[in-house]
Design a protein around this ligand. Structure first.
Ligand code: SF4
Length: 426
């Protein structure tokens, strides 16, 4: 197996080798027990074999069979080629590309036709922000209502709600686990898990027994501006510390930026609206997903293509827009908030130290979350006539900036903080 480009250069820190081995085993990232990850990896390392797709035992020596290449493949900077030797000695190879947000494609885009057909079947096919706003105006619907109608063309109402609930439960668990786990993150940088101590100071001895009681308990704490900043940061830190320790998070739009959306949604639940319920959570998730999808279609959500503006910038825009709808903003204001959040992340580079998704990544999620809240508040005070930069223009600008950005700032750990700070300094 050959890893190429950014996938290879940050591969060890991002645990890509482990992820690929778990993938070969056929494990499901949604349900595989996190506590078994290291056990499975150790087993492969010690036995030099693995059970391919839980079906067929094959020889597999990780140090020999996983190759980290500096070379970039032309189609996308995150490339991976699998080669299998058949019984008759012949070899078969396939190359895949990880294009961001968990999406994996082949150059030939074999499934593209099916996707286009699905897209054409939507009552409201959307490529651009202008189209989304036109649908909202024409149908007199909010953005979440438009998204919901599109989703209904793919699955039933109860399936949509069940899946949104499952997403929210993972987000909530990642905040809860992160806030209640202390220690040092793996990887060698000796990064202290900070959510634990911050949470302890903020929460004091409020009583709760599970994550849902926790939400209610936090609502009862006294919050001024400083505490709000700390709570939001604490939620974001928690998720990304869970991510950095190979825990389960929701890709939103990526794992490195997975803390922004839960932190802003939790802000709404525990600070802004103590009566908020699952309907509000569903709306938030649908709006944020639509905004992420605008960026995916018009630019990129891959740091290997666009630097950190494509990760934290996009997550901040997603959260800002979603919060704005819950705060009573119009569809125009939702996209204004998303635009503001991205506008102030343009050009943000990706330079993780030692390839680990820790510094600057974990803290950067706190910044993305706070910026999203501020972008929402600013958008709520704006009229569309006063806006100079529509969302589609900021998306186009992000894409142009991505193309101009030097490769060393695009998830290679070959520039920025990654070359100023060394493992030995930590
Ligand atoms: S610097 Fe940003 S884009 Fe790069 S790995 Fe960290 S969070 Fe992801």
């Amino acid at each position: 197996m050959q890893l190429y480009g950014s996938l290879s250069l940050t591969g060890k820190g991002h645990a890509t080798d482990k992820a690929v081995m778990l993938g070969l085993l056929g494990t499901d990232p949604v349900s595989f027990p996190i506590g078994n990850i290291q056990k499975e990896i150790d087993k492969i390392n010690s036995e030099n074999k693995l059970l391919l797709n839980s079906e067929k035992e094959i020889a597999f020596i990780p140090t020999e069979h996983i190759k980290f290449n500096r070379k970039f493949l032309e189609f996308h900077p995150n490339g991976i080629t699998f080669t299998a030797q058949l019984k008759d000695g012949s070899k078969k190879s396939s190359t895949y590309y990880s294009i961001g947000g968990g999406f994996v494609v082949q150059k030939e885009r074999k499934r593209a036709k099916k996707k286009i057909k699905e897209f054409q079947g939507f009552p409201f096919p959307i490529e651009k922000g202008t189209e989304l706003l036109e649908y909202c105006a024409q149908e007199n619907k909010s953005i979440s209502e438009i998204v919901f109608q599109n989703e209904l063309s793919l699955r039933t109402e109860s399936q949509i709600k069940d899946q949104l609930k499952a997403i929210w439960n993972v987000m909530l668990d990642s905040m809860y686990i992160g806030c209640h786990t202390e220690g040092i993150l793996p990887g060698g940088l000796n990064v202290v898990r900070r959510a634990y101590a911050t949470h302890k100071k903020l929460a004091g001895d409020i009583p709760y027994n599970n994550s849902y009681e926790w939400i209610k308990a936090i609502r009862g704490t006294e919050v001024k501006f400083r505490q709000i900043l700390k709570w939001v940061s604490c939620f974001a830190l928690a998720v990304n510390e869970v991510n950095a320790s190979l825990g389960r998070v929701v890709t939103a739009p990526t794992n490195g930026s997975a803390g922004v959306i839960p932190a802003v949604l939790m802000y709404y639940l525990v600070i802004e609206n103590h009566d908020a319920n699952m309907d509000d959570i569903n709306k938030f998730l649908m709006v944020s997903a639509e905004i992420g999808s605008l960026f995916k279609k018009g630019a990129t959500i891959s740091a290997a293509m666009g630097g950190c503006q494509a990760e934290i910038g996009v997550s901040s825009a997603m959260a800002a827009g979603a919060l704005t709808e819950l705060m009573g903003g119009t569809p125009d204001q939702v996209l204004i908030a998303a635009e503001i959040a991205m506008e102030h992340h343009l050009g943000l580079t990706c330079d993780p130290i030692a390839g680990l998704v820790q510094i600057p990544c974990i803290e950067r999620n706190t910044m993305g979350a706070i910026k999203a809240i501020n972008a929402c508040e600013m958008a709520l005070d704006l009229s569309p006539e006063d806006v100079k930069i529509p969302i589609d223009k900021v998306i186009a600008t992000m894409w142009e900036t991505a193309k101009d950005m030097a490769s060393k700032y695009k998830e290679t750990s070959e520039g920025g903080l990654a070359v100023q700070v060394f493992m030995s300094d930590c």
